[in-house]
Design a protein around this ligand. Structure first.
Ligand SMILES: Cc1cc2nc3c(=O)[nH]c(=O)nc-3n(C[C@H](O)[C@H](O)[C@H](O)COP(=O)(O)O)c2cc1C
Length: 365
């Protein structure tokens, strides 16, 4: 069914489709009757799916990666679709338009996207306002509520020496309204941003955030999102810092600037130009990084995996490599709104199969 709809939707520019379909879904999710219909169709609740991560409880391990709901506008719809958590942002202190369009492209043959959005967002004050309203409707103590992450960044015009101030501003303004934070220094679409992944720049930003928190508030988990284009030496530096300052976790990984192994023709890629590649072609590199990091740290740094997850098999691959939770983005576009339920069903079947195998080996002892 979604394959048909997708053929139609893919006739239109990706950003237009994104806005149109999420607005439509928003209308259906706002009304009690249609909301319940959608919930019944798309979400799946089972206590075996619950996870804990960095001291937080998640109803399931499937999250929506940053950049999909940059401005916290679609939370109701995403909750109806069954997501265990949603990472809003990347949010910057001041609203910015991002790069000129077109800036989002589909590589259909590769089941991938290339984007150079450039942190287009409404600014931290408006996003905080929306999150406040969401929180009033869904207080923290409600069981089974969707966890909200706040992905924070710096404005394009802020020089790298002052970047820490932008992260601190977003951190303080979102503190009351999100459950965890992700420091984004790994987007390829803000000039110079990835230089902040260098150890001392990172130390400055992360330790400043760890020390900063509104008075009388408990600390909130702070994670770092890394680029897949770091080499292993750079990753080792990030890991040693993460262990040293006891970071709550890593999000592995952001989009890649690599174009290796794509089926899409070179001239089409040239026409598209610069941007971060996501989707199927990122799957293997992302899994390799999750595997490397969990081995190198002996699972001491919790990982949220992101990159090329389209189905239950991809999700299990990330879990087996050492991730605790995972996020989808491009998979949502290619597989449709049922992606969460499909992954969760696969997880339940996998759990059952594991339990059966354990029971058989117990009996045969
Ligand atoms: C259009 C688009 C916008 C994105 N914006 C952000 C962003 O603002 N911040 C961020 O940390 N990641 C952003 N990402 C990266 C995703 O969060 C995710 O890490 C990446 O796409 C890999 O996952 P996927 O292969 O499932 O898409 C964006 C990705 C896409 C496709």
């Amino acid at each position: 069914m979604y394959k048909w709809l997708r053929t139609l939707l893919f006739l239109f520019p990706p950003e237009t489709v994104h806005r149109f379909s999420m607005s439509l879904l928003g209308l259906f999710s706002a009304k009690g009757f249609t909301r319940n219909l959608l919930r019944r169709r798309f979400s799946l609740h089972d206590p075996v799916l619950a996870r804990s991560f960095a001291g937080l409880s998640f109803k399931n391990a499937v999250g929506l990666a940053a950049g999909f709901d940059k401005n916290a506008k679609y939370l109701q719809s995403l909750e109806v679709l069954g997501y265990g958590f949603v990472e809003v942002g990347t949010v910057t202190p001041v609203a910015q338009q991002g790069n000129p369009g077109p800036r989002l492209f589909r590589l259909k043959k590769d089941e991938a996207l290339i984007n150079r959005m450039g942190f287009n967002n409404d600014g931290v004050d408006r996003v905080a306002e929306r999150l406040k309203k969401w929180q009033e409707k869904n207080p923290a103590h409600v069981r089974g509520r969707m966890v909200i992450g706040g992905n924070i960044g710096k404005n394009k015009i802020t020089p790298n020496e002052d970047a820490w101030k932008d992260y601190e501003t977003c951190f303080l303004k979102l503190f009351a309204y999100v459950d965890y934070f992700v420091v984004n220094v790994s987007s390829p679409n803000t000039p110079g941003l990835r230089e902040l992944q260098e150890k001392e720049s990172l130390r400055k930003i992360l330790t400043c955030l760890q020390r900063t928190r509104p008075q009388q508030e408990k600390p909130k988990p702070i994670l770092l999102k890394i680029a897949p284009d770091l080499d292993f030496k750079q990753i080792d530096e990030v890991l040693s810092l993460s262990m040293e300052i006891r970071l709550s976790g890593l999000v592995v990984c952001n989009t890649t600037v690599s174009r290796q192994g794509l089926i899409t023709a070179d001239d089409q890629l040239k026409r598209i130009g610069a941007g971060g590649l996501s989707g199927r072609p990122l799957r293997q590199r992302s899994t390799e990084l999750v595997d490397y990091i969990s081995r190198a740290t002996q699972n001491q740094i919790p990982i949220i995996a992101s990159g090329g997850i389209f189905n239950g098999r991809d999700a299990m691959e990330k879990i087996n490599a050492g991730a605790s939770l995972f996020q989808v983005w491009t998979g949502f576009i290619y597989e449709g709104p049922a992606i969460v339920k499909k992954i969760l069903r696969a997880q339940i079947n996998f759990n059952r199969a594991e339990a059966d195998t354990a029971a058989v080996s117990e009996r045969s002892r």
